[in-house]
Design a binder for this molecule. Sequence first.
Ligand code: ZN
Length: 146
Amino acid sequence: MRDAVDQLIQYMLMKRLTGRSEVVIAIIDYYVNGASPSDIGAKLRVSRLKVRGWIQRVAEKCNYSHSVAARVAGRVAAAVMEVDPIIVRVGGKALCTICGAALRDDERALRRHILRQHGEEFRTLAELVRRRLGGELGRSENKNKN
Ligand SMILES: [Zn+2]
C-alpha cells in the first residue's frame, strides 16, 4: 500500500508540475466522482482511450488491486492538486518558474529538466504530499463504518 501511494505520488506529481493537470483531474473524476472515461474525455477534450490509459497507469501502480486504487488514487490526486505547477505555458512555450528556462514543450524533456535541475524540489514536494496524505489515509479507516 505504502509503495502504491509513493508510486502514485511520483506519477501524478510529475504530471501536475509539468502542467499536465488534466491527468490528475481525470483521476479525481474517475475515482472520486465516478465519471466514465468517455464523460471525462469529453470534458477535458481528450480521447476516451487516453483517459483509459491514465487509469491503467494508476491500476498498474496499485498492482491492479481495484480496492487499493479506489481507496488511495483520489486522495493522492487531491493532495497533488494543492501543489503549484513548476512548468507554465506562455505563448506556446513551456517556461520553468524556478530557473526561468524556456523549454521544449515535450513531456519527456520537461520531466528530465525537473529531475535533473530541480530534483531536490521534486523530492521535497513529494514528501510534502506524502506527509499531508499520512493523516488523510489514517482518518479514512473510520469511514468504512458508514
Ligand atoms: Zn528550471
